[in-house]
Write a protein that binds this ligand. Structure first.
Ligand SMILES: Nc1ncnc2c1ncn2[C@@H]1O[C@H](COP(=O)(O)OP(=O)(O)O)[C@@H](O)[C@H]1O
Ligand SMILES: [Mg+2]
Length: 259
């Protein structure tokens, strides 16, 4: 088989992110190849959500840079400017990040409870001006998540946790992202539902060529579904390898796989 040359879609280089005096991310570097699924695992408070927020511009960098598709999204260089470290910050607002093809499914789902399933999808498509396209994308989502199609006119609050998570994923997919970021999609859901979500993610990755970067507590399932994996502890990346290798790693098995 011919070897496929990999292109780096997301490249994070030596970033630091702080909340006041808390250094949530310390010199974090990592990359995501186009077309791959990459898992990030780590305990509560490790800094996983902060990393996803930094990628979409919701948390500013203290130092380092983030590149997407060969373009610098954010870069902080130079010496301290007297405002708590860091130098010049070049960044793009979250809205533009979405336009560039990055979509985040945030922690805790956060669907609009008082809106119907369909209205939630419309919200996901807020930046698409083409009504026919929005309609087509919605039908695509209803085909892909039939339960959402059946419930399209119901308020989201009436959905189960698993269905709300599917809706959160569908809402993110409305803009046809190239890079889909997910923050603990399985949190609080039954194992069967979490498996279903990951099977959907693998499908989206394989069929629609969407690159996936997923933070997940269910380390075994996340690594089994992924090409590459990173392990974060206390704001630093402590391990990076092929996901299959991490599944065999003694340290990962002891700390994250309960073995
Ligand atoms: N808005 C915030 N203000 C202050 N500290 C925060 C905030 N968000 C996260 N933190 C702290 O930053 C660290 C990393 O948090 P987070 O990125 O949410 O970790 P994870 O997603 O891995 O559980 C933790 O110590 C957390 O308490
Ligand atoms: Mg988190």
């Amino acid at each position: 088989m011919a070897s496929v040359s990999k292109k780096t879609l997301l490249k994070i280089d030596g970033i630091d992110v702080s909340y006041g005096s808390i250094n949530a991310l310390k010199n974090v570097s990592m990359s995501v190849d186009e077309g791959s699924i990459v898992a990030l695992i780590g305990a509560n408070g490790a800094g996983k959500s902060t990393l996803l927020k930094a990628i979409v511009g919701q948390e500013p960098l203290v130092s380092g840079s983030i590149e997407y598709d060969g373009e610098v999204l954010y870069s902080v260089s130079g010496s301290s400017n007297g405002f708590g470290g860091g130098g010049r910050c070049h960044g793009v607002p979250t809205y533009d990040v979405v336009k560039k093809g990055i979509a985040l499914v945030p922690e805790g789902r956060r669907v609009f409870a008082d809106l119907t399933v369909e209205e939630n999808l419309d919200m996901g498509a807020f930046m698409l001006k083409d009504e026919a396209l929005v309609k087509r994308k919605k039908e695509e989502m209803f085909d892909f998540f039939p339960i959402l199609g059946e419930r399209r006119r119901q308020k989201s609050r009436s959905l189960s946790g698993g269905e709300q998570q599917m809706l959160a994923v569908a809402r993110a997919l409305m803009v046809s992202p190239r890079l889909l970021l997910l923050d603990e999609p399985g949190l609080g859901l039954a194992p069967l539902i979490v498996h279903e979500i990951f099977s959907k993610l693998r499908h989206i990755n394989r069929e629609d060529k969407v690159t996936v970067f997923v933070v997940e507590q269910n380390a075994r399932l996340a690594l089994k579904s992924s090409d590459d994996g990173y392990v974060m502890e206390n704001g630093s990346i402590v391990l990076h390898d092929k996901a299959s290798a991490l599944l065999e790693n003694e340290k990962v098995r002891a700390a994250y796989l309960g073995e």
